[in-house]
Design a protein around this ligand. Structure first.
Ligand SMILES: NC(=O)c1ccc[n+]([C@@H]2O[C@H](COP(=O)([O-])OP(=O)(O)OC[C@H]3O[C@@H](n4cnc5c(N)ncnc54)[C@H](OP(=O)(O)O)[C@@H]3O)[C@@H](O)[C@H]2O)c1
Length: 344
């Protein structure tokens, strides 16, 4: 089958396109998906380079976004059949334990992430357990669907579940034109939030305007964004901040979060650690919340929102599978607004 494989960690030159990689064998509880589209996520670049503490089984196939048509079903598969259009949750989690019993299978210690712990979607075929499958409505394209299991789900989990953004809340996001950001903004707007977002280039701040973002800042022009936000909010600050920038943004987050507000963390673009004042955190009733992907039911709801026309993934570039290395370079350079999709 066609696939982009890694035989070792390293730069984009390690992404090898081949047409004769063996098709995956499926287990009785799995289906073989003929992948139609996938998308690039920051995590793919990090895993390609070598994620601290993660050892890959080479040859490895990246990709957490699996969508396509079922080509074959295992003997125990009950609710899906050959020929159906599907989307997969980015996670496999099937154990019976405290997390799965409480509806938090995505947090189970033995969870597996496609493209990290098991072969992913940079391939013509992928083996997916029935428990991770979602039926894809006919009016949702494979390209749009490919934007949802990683970036879309994380945005949903952040904005709707962990952030619990309410009508009238002030929601702030660094890097609003990212794959994740473009979906998070739409979700926050759909909930009636007042959205504050940043971007690093003029064409990206222009895009935020077109998206209806209420207050827009350029995070590369030296402006004290935290002070500006406090001016705009008459000193009260932001209810929910979504941050994947990390240490560079942390002191600003802390300054502009409202008393009783939340700072959500889901990325480490500028480093892994930051200093926190425990004193100010409790005095100001601040919630510091980490999040990672989300639950399958949240992805199902997001698919419905896309099918109902409430959310429209923004695809900034569409490439062929064989151009995965170029797509990684485009993401690393920050060239694209929204998602980079690979057609398989
Ligand atoms: N925890 C999870 O489950 C999870 C899941 C998905 C993604 N993520 C994380 O979310 C982030 C976005 O992922 P993505 O795939 O959507 O990436 P992406 O499309 O490549 O976006 C990266 C964004 O980061 C912004 N950025 C870079 N440096 C910045 C800085 N110093 N200050 C403010 N913004 C900055 C860029 O803005 P400009 O180009 O405008 O400067 C760009 O919008 C990544 O860190 C990723 O690891 C986490």
């Amino acid at each position: 089958m066609k696939a982009v494989i890694l035989n070792e960690n390293g730069g984009t030159d390690k992404l090898i396109y081949t047409t004769d990689h063996p098709e995956p064998e499926i287990k009785p509880n799995e289906v073989l998906v003929n992948v139609k589209a996938t998308s690039i996520n920051r995590a793919d670049l990090v895993i390609r380079n070598g994620y601290p503490g993660l050892s890959l089984k080479f040859p490895h196939i990246l990709g957490g976004d699996i969508t396509g048509i079922i080509a074959k079903t295992g003997s125990d598969v009950k609710n899906f059949k050959k020929g159906e259009r599907i989307l997969s949750w980015s996670i496999v989690s099937e154990s019976d334990n405290d997390w799965t019993r409480r509806g938090k299978a995505g947090q189970s210690p033995d969870w597996q992430y496609f493209g990290m712990h098991r072969p992913g979607s940079y391939a013509e075929y992928s083996a997916v357990p029935e428990s991770s499958l979602i039926k894809l409505p006919d009016n949702v394209s494979f390209e749009d669907a490919a934007c949802l299991p990683v970036a879309g789900l994380t945005a949903y989990h952040a904005v709707k579940t962990v952030g619990d953004v309410q009508k009238g809340d002030k929601f702030f996001l660094w890097g609003g034109t990212s794959g994740l950001g473009t979906i998070a903004i739409q979700l926050a707007k759909s909930l009636g939030a007042v959205v504050f977002a940043t971007a690093g280039y003029d064409h990206k701040t222009e895009h935020l305007k077109r998206m209806g973002v209420d207050y827009i800042f350029n995070h590369r022009d030296g402006l004290a964004i935290d002070d500006e936000v406090l001016k705009i909010t008459h000193g009260s600050g932001i209810d929910v901040i979504l941050d994947y920038v990390g240490p560079e943004a942390f002191p600003k987050n802390f300054k502009m979060v409202k008393k009783g507000g939340k700072i959500l963390f889901c990325g480490i673009l500028t480093g892994m650690e930051a200093m926190v004042s425990l004193h100010q955190t409790y005095l100001r009733h601040i919630s510091l919340l980490g999040l990672y992907l989300g639950e399958k039911r949240e992805l199902e709801d997001l698919v419905k929102m896309v099918s109902d026309g409430i959310i429209k993934p923004h695809i900034g570039a569409t490439l062929e599978l064989k151009d995965a290395a170029k797509a990684h370079e485009m993401m690393a350079k920050g060239e694209v607004i929204g998602k980079i999709v690979l057609k398989v």
